[in-house]
Write a protein that binds this ligand. Sequence first.
Ligand code: ADP
Length: 304
Amino acid sequence: MSAVIEVQNLRKKYGDVVAVDDVSLTVEQGEIFGILGPDGAGKSTTVECIEGLRKRDGGTIRVLGFDPYAERAEITRRLDVRLQDGTTSDRLQVAEALTLYSSFYRDPADWHVLVDSLGLNSGATTGSGELSCDQKQRLSMALALVGNPQVAVLDEITTGLDPHARRETWDTIETVRASGVTILLVTHLMEEAERLCDRVALLNKGRVAAVDTPSGLIQRIRDHHRITFLPSLPLHDDLLTRLPGVTGVTRKDERVTVTATTDVLHPVLSELAHHGIVPEGLRVERVPLEDALLALTAADPGES
Ligand code: ADP
């Protein structure tokens, strides 16, 4: 396998807001690579820099060997950059839109074949504004693929779809990958990443919290533990945050919650005992998957 996308120490600010602090990742030929993370993690900014749509403030990016910002013409020939924005004007018919997009490329794919393979069967004369949500996504993908891209970027494309349409879109993405296109998929859904991605980068606060296979990530998350208690005396968070495996300490009312990637009950109790603190109403629990993902990203890599 060879690297199609290589990002090293990417940094991007908007004024004083650091959107991407330090992101490094590599996407191999033929992969579906997911970028997962909560809102505001820097996912869209990262992919916009990869697409060459935004000028980065630091780091290096190579897409198929080219700098996407400095060598934009080379990139637009090889990378789809239209997928994330849905479709074109609602007034265009499906056939008109596909013919228009084909005209942008020197060597376009045959859009009739794309329409068939993507199951865009509502009829080429249908206005794109009249298509159902999942048919719109299929049109969006057909428009993206008509230029025969080597890499496609899908940014939150199933957001707003009902579960059925979402599954249909997943099937379509798998069809696209089977045709040899490398896919960078931005999502905030663990289920989507699990179904589609070979590997996932989990982003948080502009940094990479983890890169793993979805099952590896789930394994880490499944090992996530939570301890809650009411301390008998005031407690400084850093007594607990410095313990190995602890990813966060939060409070609701007086109650303290400690999250950890391993079973930290014994070290937490020892630390509390050492400071004469009794944990009243102590509870130890395993965390559900989606909550655990949030907990994993709640550990700020910049402050650990
Ligand atoms: P995500 O895609 O993970 O939700 P974004 O890359 O959209 O994250 O945003 C990362 C951070 O950058 C957020 O704090 C967001 O508010 C900020 N941000 C994104 N775009 C802009 C912009 N055009 N101008 C100013 N701040 C922005």
